[in-house]
Design a protein around this ligand. Sequence first.
Ligand code: CTP
Ligand code: MG
Length: 243
Amino acid sequence: GSVAVILPAAGSGSRFGEEENKLFASLGNRSLWMHAVEIFLRRTEVGMIVLAVSDRDRERFEREIRELSGSDRIRVVLGGDERSDTVAAALDEIDRESANTIEWVAVHDAARPLVRDTDLDDVFDAARQTNAAILATPVTGTLKREPAGNREDGARTGDAGLGHGTTFDRRGMWVAQTPQVFQLSLIRGAYDRHRGRRATDDAELVERMGHPVALVPGAADNLKITYPADLLLAEALLSERMK
Ligand code: CTP
Ligand code: MG
């Protein structure tokens, strides 16, 4: 297979609010993270999967990997403090291992267990045509920008008062999902140039190189598990698909 899949799994799941990483929460009788791995293990174009984990969780991941068949294609590396550090570490592993067989890199959040095979077909096809493509969905809510707001969970770090929202026109606005698929040399170059820059999305670094990134409409149910309610919804969607 000419595709390497990077699965960032080195976060702590702080917004999920449990002591252990949300990726070990149970979904459909196995750990949440295993779903993404199994989806990619089924695809023949995938030559290797790099699972990037934190030091704290490493042993548990390695233990659970042994429950998967096809685990010889999985490599475990240590991630970093920011998601972009984690992806950079995984790219280094691909350089060490691939011996020029890898042409494409797909980065997919380990916390997205429900990505559909048809969406994977679409985003891989688009990447082959344009060298860089991501799944995304149109924004559904009305967007408000609060000038002082700069934290991921919406809480303000500065003054204590209520913030003032300014409405953004949502037409033409998309929410990025994963996978995000790139030609190896393109994402390699983007990370070499922007190493250390905080980015929650790999496409941003590629855009900064001046390379366009194609938006491929994905299913709205390609959820990222962030809060406990996301897991409840994922459980319901999964049992619906099993019917
Ligand atoms: N991730 C990572 N390395 C980091 C931070 C995040 O590999 N330094 C991974 C997470 O494990 C997750 C994915 O990136 O699979 C998406 O990140 P997110 O949903 O934000 O997960 P966490 O960072 O773990 O959660 P939180 O932000 O609530 O702490
Ligand atoms: Mg995070």
